[in-house]
Design a protein around this ligand. Structure first.
Ligand SMILES: Nc1ncnc2c1ncn2[C@@H]1O[C@H](COP(=O)(O)OP(=O)(O)OP(=O)(O)O)[C@@H](O)[C@H]1O
Ligand SMILES: [Mg+2]
Length: 504
């Protein structure tokens, strides 16, 4: 059910506090039906919080919200939905019910409602209606497919379909493109343009600044919980946006590294993993930052997992310093001084119920223990504080629960906790997802330091510009195979993209 006409949304003087943090300070935000509004800002700036206020997640905010100049008080998700405010959060995995069909997932609220009222549910019509909604979005997803069989992109589309199955005047998308490939992002943008033409107002959060210029009409910038500016995208450049976000000018300054080392540390020979890896052979030297370039689904994660012993279907040989070793589990990998910084923070990277300090020390308990086996709390919090400072993690203290950090700051903890270990081989799988431009630079600096200390770094990413900035040598992979090996100093973005999309 889409908006019949364009609606005006205004948030005025919105403030909200959590213990120890003023997350929003008198923020103003305006959005209109039929337009795409970007909300940008560094990690912890307050973007998600502002959208949570709007979608009824909190009832302790101050300030006012108006729809078409009529005041509206949203204090529950249900109340917000009834006013036509729908939200799709980034963690789509946790919202899709795995054992229900796409159709049931789309019409979940309606079905649950019917069941509550003990109404008879006409399943035939549920499937028909779901099909119509998907057709209306020009999407080709089978409504019978189970939630768990959907790709990440499809899950997101199903949630968008769910959002518009009831009243939808504004659709909030919080970092929707972070896990998507370029092609999937293109599909999402088609859906967004279509909804825009149907008068829905879209609120769009992203750290990928180039894409704002493809899809947005207006940009609102937040910094440290405060409103900085609101401008038409036409009046902005990427550098200007960064300046507003960080409060200072900024140029991504990739230092050129003079890398020479012949000492071989890691060698893989014909690594295979059940069709996902089709015979990968590569090597990495001491002190080298080796890039693995590949698009979403190319096999980067499978490759990282194979070396770390996550998968038990791996064939092929792994050599460390010339010696053939067996890695059957992550424990074996850790014994061989390999660290993996995995891609998905929620699922595997972070203990959300624990403090930042505990998360950071969880990678190397032995280092923090005294001889008698007591946990050295002082040492633990020193290391935590050091990392909080180096990565500018926005937290009240090292004791803050990781769950209360903003998305990007959680990612910084996931990456940061490995940086103090004594591993010799570091594998980073898309470490900068959801991290703001300034923080990326901090992470790159720490990775460069690791290499300077003689550790070997494997950096897997689909962001070609990052690979060019940080690595010494790159393997492009496509469909589970290495298609090309390149010296970073002798290649460019076009060439990397060419090989990563299967060119040869
Ligand atoms: N429930 C909460 N309890 C305590 N602090 C919170 C809570 N929710 C958010 N915060 C804090 O409020 C600030 C703003 O967080 P928010 O999630 O809105 O940032 P964000 O702009 O979305 O950042 P990111 O780009 O990293 O997602 C952060 O300092 C965060 O730690
Ligand atoms: Mg956020």
């Amino acid at each position: 059910m889409l908006a019949k006409e364009k609606v005006l949304l205004q948030m005025k003087d919105i403030s909200i506090e959590f213990p120890g943090v003023k997350a929003l300070k008198s923020v103003n935000f305006t959005a209109e039906g039929g337009k795409v509004h970007a909300v940008v800002g560094a990690n912890g700036a307050g973007k998600s919080t502002l959208m949570k206020v709007l979608s009824g997640a909190y009832n302790h905010y101050t300030g006012q919200i108006f729809i078409d100049e009529k005041p509206m008080h949203v204090t529950s998700p249900k109340a917000a939905k009834e006013k036509g405010i729908q939200v799709v959060y980034q963690e789509v995995d946790t919202v899709i019910v795995p054992y229900l069909s796409a159709a049931e997932n789309i019409l979940l609220d309606e079905i649950a409602n019917g069941m509550d009222k003990k109404l008879f549910i006409n399943w035939k019509s549920v499937y028909k209606k779901a099909e119509e909604i998907l057709k209306g979005l020009n999407l080709n997803i089978s409504v019978r497919k189970l939630g768990e069989e959907l790709t990440l992109a499809e899950k997101q589309m199903v949630l968008i379909a769910r959002a518009i199955s009831s009243q939808c005047k504004f659709l909030i998308l919080d970092e929707p493109t972070a896990p998507l490939s370029n092609r999937e992002t293109g599909e999402l943008f088609k859906v967004i343009r279509d909804l825009k033409s149907k008068n829905v107002g879209i609120i769009f959060i992203s750290h990928r600044l180039p894409e704002l210029f493809k899809i947005c009409d207006e940009v609102t910038v937040l910094r440290d919980g405060e409103f900085v500016t609101n401008k038409e995208i036409k009046a902005l450049t990427q550098n200007k946006i960064v300046e507003y976000m960080l409060g200072k000018g900024f140029e991504q300054s990739f230092e050129k590294r003079a890398f020479v080392s012949k000492e071989n540390i890691l060698k893989l020979e014909s690594l295979r993993d059940n069709g996902k890896l089709k015979g990968i052979s590569l090597y990495a030297n001491k002190g080298e930052i080796l890039g693995i370039a590949g698009l979403v689904g190319a096999g980067k994660t499978e490759l990282c997992n194979a070396v770390f012993g996550v998968s038990n279907r791996v064939n092929g040989d792994i050599f460390i310093k010339g010696k053939r070793i067996k890695i059957k589990s992550p424990r074996d990998a850790v014994k061989n001084k390999i660290a993996l910084i995995p891609e998905e923070r929620r699922k595997e990277g972070i203990l959300t119920e624990e403090s930042i300090a505990v998360n950071i020390s969880s990678t190397d308990i032995s280092k923090f223990s005294k001889t008698l086996g007591f946990f050295n709390l002082k040492k633990e919090s020193e290391v935590a504080l050091d990392l909080i400072k180096k990565l500018q993690i926005k937290a009240t203290s090292g004791n803050q629960k990781a769950a209360l950090l903003s998305g990007g700051n959680q990612q910084k903890v996931v990456v940061g906790k490995w940086l103090h270990t004594d591993a010799e081989i570091f594998i980073f799988d898309e470490p900068t997802k959801g991290v703001d431009v300034g923080a990326k630079e901090d992470i790159f600096k720490l990775i460069r330091d690791l290499a300077e200390q003689g550790r070997t770094v494997i950096y897997a990413s689909c962001e070609m510009s990052e690979l060019l900035g940080i690595t010494d040598r790159i393997y492009a992979i496509y469909d589970g195979k290495i298609v090309k090996e390149l010296r970073t100093s002798e290649t460019n973005e076009e060439e990397l993209l060419f090989y990563s999309t299967g060119g040869h």
